[in-house]
Design a binder for this molecule. Structure first.
Ligand SMILES: [Fe+2]
Length: 238
């Protein structure tokens, strides 16, 4: 079974369209998204329409849950006061511009999706099996990976939230962070599409990095009234 995972799209329609086309051209059986539909770029409603139109199922990220329920805070973590201020402005902008239809879509997204593939149990969630806003970076100690794996009955765990893709194998389990379509933070500004092929004997992961018209998104960020800060970060992949 070959699937494509679209992580953290964050209102970047241009990146999503190219990521989707790439996934289709890879002849995958199914395409999933990992939540965090809006924020940082302006096309939250258009992204929701695209996902519905193309039948892309997915899960609820922290940003989706907080936008949909009009929370005070997006549930994100900030490294410094400037980032915090920018993140707050993005969150307020997104809550204000998300349509009723979008909020209802975000509200209904499930916390996780599970399925079987070639005898393996696959589980998708946004950040960790129990919390949608905990950052599961590659350099977490092995103990952390084992703790997370103990919480669920799964052989392959697929998640995002950090916007930094990786794969880790431990105790016959596969941990895949699918990276981010619309806001990569690993220094590579291209959209990330995680291709995962599951066969009886193996799980093969391929992180495709797909170029797209970044200028189109950065211009839209500035024109929308979102801080230009997010346009600069997008260009840098940070
Ligand atoms: Fe995110």
């Amino acid at each position: 079974m070959k699937i494509a995972i679209l992580g953290d799209i964050h209102g970047n329609l241009e990146a999503l369209e190219v990521a989707y086309t790439t996934a289709v051209s890879e002849h995958v059986e199914k395409i999933y998204h990992l939540g965090d539909i809006g924020g940082y770029a302006p096309f939250v409603n258009e992204v929701v329409d695209f996902l519905i139109e193309h039948g892309i199922a997915g899960i609820q990220g922290n940003y989706d849950e907080t936008v949909a329920n009009d929370r005070e805070h997006c549930g994100c973590k900030y490294e410094d006061p400037i980032r915090e201020e920018m993140a707050n402005r993005s969150f307020e902008w997104t809550k204000r511009h998300a349509s009723q239809k979008t909020k209802e879509y975000l509200k209904k997204l499930p916390f996780s999706i599970s399925f079987q593939a070639e005898g393996k149990k696959v589980l998708l969630f946004h950040a960790t099996p129990g919390k949608n806003n905990l950052y599961w970076y590659e350099d977490r100690p092995e103990k952390f990976f084992r703790e997370m794996a103990r919480k669920v009955d799964a052989d392959v765990m697929i998640y995002g939230h950090t916007h930094k893709p990786y794969r880790m194998d431990m105790d016959n389990k596969v941990f895949i962070n699918a990276g981010s379509v619309g806001k990569p933070k690993d220094g590579d500004p291209r959209a990330c599409v995680a291709l995962i092929e599951i066969t009886k004997g193996a799980v093969v992961t391929n992180f495709l990095r797909v170029p797209y018209d970044i200028a189109k998104t950065t211009e839209a960020i500035v024109a929308s009234g979102l801080p230009a800060y997010f346009a600069d970060k997008l260009k840098e992949g940070r």
